[in-house]
Ligand binder design. Structure first.
Ligand SMILES: Nc1ncnc2c1ncn2[C@@H]1O[C@H](COP(=O)(O)OP(=O)(O)OP(=O)(O)O)[C@@H](O)[C@H]1O
Ligand SMILES: [Mg+2]
Length: 431
């Protein structure tokens, strides 16, 4: 009977342990999912859980580099003198016989029951001496981090007292090491993906600006032409008998104004072309739309397309990257102009209507055209990368637009219109 009671409580203990381990593993996975760009919170969660579940005093994570290894995270009451001598981020060379060297050699966990009895300590290896005498490490366990069988680092846990880890604890740290590798890999992929996205978005901006070259030169030329006209007038007022200095001064004011206008236009275009990391600005969507419309108006006019805007006053500002949101608008407008330029003249009025209205707590923007509209095939493939029906198209415009809008926590979709035309709408939540 007593035996049964004991085995039952033993079982209960095991179940409790397993539940705790499972909770720890899901906590780590959550940290991986919640922090796609920053590894530090993931490392911290792993070390907190690994040390707690294995009854360890300290934990540490190191990654191998060409010249040695770098400590990237630490957990536990580290002695300040030790922390100052071996700060996080420092690259340490690997000495022969060092526990890390043994890990590299064997590719399997290194478990040292008492570091103070280890050859490296007895040899007075300065770092091992510091680990024992300053950091107070006695039992130590180092588990390899393996990526496709390649050793990339190690996860270590240590105890202040001499008390070897159980096989179960070693297995558990091995699991945590596997999760660390997954986190490292997924952050690296995420970073690569973001870099590729940024490069593509930039290429798309430049390509779209190229398509707008007629519009852009018109936008820049207009103030310059106006300034020249005012300058000619000023010269006439100056050579009049007597010279009319009042008029000259007024003309000069206008020249200054036009000069500033030209430089504003160039500044805006430069902003759209320049490669810059995404920002979180407060964006007044109506202003952003009006700027884009000014930039695309001549392009539309060249194609006999009329652009109309209907922007609700007092829309809440949204938070995001103004240039990227303008890039979405430019892409949608250019697509609309291109769709209509192929429809043949006189069939019907060619018109782009842009509206912005309140939506939930944010805004909804729509770009509608009176072009040929969307076939069922194109409707299902519009947002696919490289889907294009244009001889010169890259097919990246809408796919980039969608990723920009989704990065702003919004949505972008397309609706076919009756009797013809397409409507693209996107939402952006308010700040
Ligand atoms: N307003 C529209 N009306 C009809 N079809 C459209 C409209 N906008 C997009 N499309 C269709 O969707 C396709 C994909 O558009 P997307 O902007 O992604 O690429 P693209 O315009 O072909 O090339 P680019 O990379 O230069 O933008 C277009 O080729 C076209 O067939
Ligand atoms: Mg396009």
């Amino acid at each position: 009977m007593r035996h049964l009671v004991r085995s039952r409580s033993e079982l209960q203990k095991q179940v409790a342990e397993l539940v705790e381990q499972r909770a720890a593993i899901s906590e780590v996975l959550r940290a991986v999912a919640n922090s796609p760009h920053d590894l530090q919170p993931i490392f911290d969660t792993i070390l907190i859980n690994a040390t707690r579940l294995c009854g360890a005093t300290y934990g540490g994570l190191l990654l191998f580099e060409e010249k040695g290894y770098r400590s990237v995270a630490r957990r536990g009451p580290v002695n300040p003198v030790y922390a100052e001598r071996w700060p996080l981020g420092l690259v340490e060379p690997i000495g022969p016989g060092d526990p890390v060297a043994r890990l590299i050699e064997s590719g399997s966990p290194v478990h040292i029951a008492d570091l103070a009895a280890d050859q490296a300590y007895l040899r007075r290896d300065p770092r091992i001496v510091a680990l024992v005498e300053l950091a107070g490490v006695r039992t130590c366990l180092l588990v390899p981090l393996l990526k496709n069988n390649e050793l990339i680092g190690a996860l270590g846990i240590n105890r202040e007292q001499v008390q070897p880890f159980t096989d179960r604890q070693i297995d558990l740290v091995t699991d945590f090491a596997a999760q660390t590798t997954i986190a490292l890999e997924s952050t690296r992929r995420e970073r690569q993906y973001r870099e590729a996205q940024m490069a593509l978005a930039h290429a798309n901006r430049i390509a779209t600006m190229g398509q707008l070259s007629a519009s852009i030169s018109h936008e820049v030329n207009q103030p310059i032409t106006a300034a020249v006209t005012y300058a000619l007038a000023a010269r006439r007022w100056l050579s009049a008998e007597p010279p009319d200095l009042g008029e000259v001064s007024e003309a000069l004011d206008l020249i200054i104004k036009e000069g500033n206008r030209a430089s504003d236009v160039i500044g805006r275009i430069r902003g759209l072309i320049k490669k810059a990391p995404p920002r979180k600005d407060v964006v007044f969507i109506n202003d952003a739309i009006l700027e884009v419309v000014a930039l695309t108006r001549a392009e539309a006019a060249n194609n006999d397309v009329l652009v109309r805007t209907q922007l609700a006053p007092g829309l809440p500002p949204v938070q995001g990257d103004r240039v990227q949101l303008q890039q979405v608008m430019v892409n949608l407008i250019v697509n609309a102009v291109q769709a209509m330029s192929g429809t043949g003249e006189g069939a019907h009025e060619l018109k782009i209507s842009i509206d912005a209205v309140p939506f939930e707590s944010g805004v909804r923007v729509g770009v509608r055209d009176t072009g040929p509209g969307l076939s069922p095939e194109s409707l299902s493939r519009l947002f696919e990368p490289f889907y294009t029906t244009k001889p010169e198209g890259m097919g990246m415009g809408l796919s980039i637009c969608r990723s920009i809008i989704e990065a702003h926590s919004g949505r972008l979709w397309a609706i076919p219109c009756e009797p013809h035309g397409a409507l693209f709408q996107f939402t952006i939540p308010a700040t």
